[in-house]
Structures are given as C-alpha cells and as structure tokens.
Design a protein around this ligand. Sequence first.
Ligand code: HEM
Length: 246
Amino acid sequence: MRNSKDEASMKKEDILSRFLQVSDTDPTYLRDIILNFIIAGKDTTTATLSWFIYMLCKHPDVQEKVAQEVKEATDTKEVKDFAEFAAILSEEALGKMHYLHAALTETLRLYPAVPVDAKICLSDETLPDGFSVRKGDMVCYQPYAMGRMKFIWGDDAEEFRPERCLDEEGMFQPESPFKFTAFQAGPRICLGKEFAYRQMKIFSAVLVHCFAFKLSDENKCVTYRTMINLHVDGGLHVRALHRCQT
Ligand code: HEM
C-alpha cells in the first residue's frame, strides 16, 4: 500500500523520483544508477562551467554576444530578478541560443572535462594507422591534446572562437564526435550529453543575463589541475557585477 510519502514522490519529476515510481526497481541497482549519474554528471558540468566563465572573462566580446543573445531569445527588455528570470527560461528560448551552445562547445574543445580517457583492449587488434595492440593493453585517447591539434582544427586551433561551430546563418553545426571528442564517440558516447548541454545552457543563460564577469586578478595565471576531470587549479576567482552596474 502506498503511504503519503510515496504519493508525494509520485508528483515529483526528478530522476530519483521517476525511478522510485517503477515499483520493482532493485534498491542496489537504484543506488548504483544514482551514484553513476552523480559521478558522471556533477564534476564534468561544474568544471566546464568554470572554464566557460574563464573564457568569457578572457573574451569580453564573446561575453557580450552571449548576453545579447540571451536577452533576445527570452525577449526580456530589462534585467529581472534572478529567480524570476530562471522561471521564464523556456525550451523554445534555449533552442534559439546557438551562440551560447557554440561557446560552450568551444570551451569543451579547449578544456574537455574528461581530458584523457583510457580503454582496455578486449582482443588483439590493428588500429587504423597500422599500429598493433594486444589483448589487455591500455589505449588512451586524449581530448585535451586533440582539441588543440592544428592538423585537426586548423592554424587557429588554440584560439577560442565560437564562430567555428556556426554556419553562415549563425546556426550551431555539430562536428563529428570522432573529431570533437569531449563526450567520446561510438556506442559508449556520453549518455548525458544533451542533458549536460541543457543544464549548462540554463545556468550560463541565467548567470550571464544577470551578471558581468571579470577575473579578480588579470595577472594571475589560471591553469589546470588534472584529476579524472580537468579542474581549474585553486578555483576560478572572479568578480560578478550586476548588469545594472556595468
Ligand atoms: C560537460 C559535461 C560532460 C562531459 C564532458 C562528459 C563526458 C563523458 C565521457 C568522455 C564519457 C565516456 C567515458 C568512458 O566511457 O570512458 C561519458 C560517459 C557517460 N556520461 Fe558523461 N559527460 C558529461 C556530462 C554527463 C551528465 C550530465 C551525465 C548524466 C546526467 C552523464 C552521464 C554519462 C554516463 C551514464 C556515461 C556512461 C555511458 C556508457 O558507458 O555507456 N554525463 N561522459
């Protein structure tokens, strides 16, 4: 029999509540799924958002273009209350934010949240370039290095340029995941890719609409700390100015 607590969770739409609504879910399986989502989804998106804010500070013109696009897509004339603005962000408005989508993609090209990804060979194999690997060998591909290679991205590979991901009409043009490898490619491509973009777009749209960001210290070197994910070493120190004051 369902009690009032169960009834309350039936009304919720978050992922845990949805799994709980399927009555025969094994609790251990449920625990593992939720842990998997937290590990795969939390640090990847938060680290990317830090690098994104860093890129906006280094490229104020891009920051202004994102702010302008968010304003136009949501049809807001003035800076509204933070929570009020978040509540009016619709799917339709997010879908119009091609430049923001491109700026997040450029961030992931240069600062991929998973900078090195390792695989173990299940059998002896010959790679497309003729290199032989044996069963049990570890093979890594390196999204961080690949995102900066000139022979893949051209001479301006190290430049942060969202326009690279847009067509002439300003529409986002996705690259092959075998070229833009931040989410991996093939059958084991990140399951949360679209979810991650959606979450990052909502966060960035609200933040950039309400605040203008500047580095606390322009002379301080910002660099990475490699763990499983690519973090900003020591955290990113910024000043957030309410857009009315800029
Ligand atoms: C910027 C954000 C993210 C990046 C860059 C990213 C990147 C990746 C990469 C590179 C892999 C492949 C790892 C491997 O198999 O070696 C992966 C797998 C995975 N990701 Fe993400 N991820 C992000 C966000 C998320 C989010 C938000 C979720 C869930 C809500 C998620 C769920 C998963 C899952 C479940 C897998 C395993 C897929 C499988 O093995 O079949 N990811 N992700």
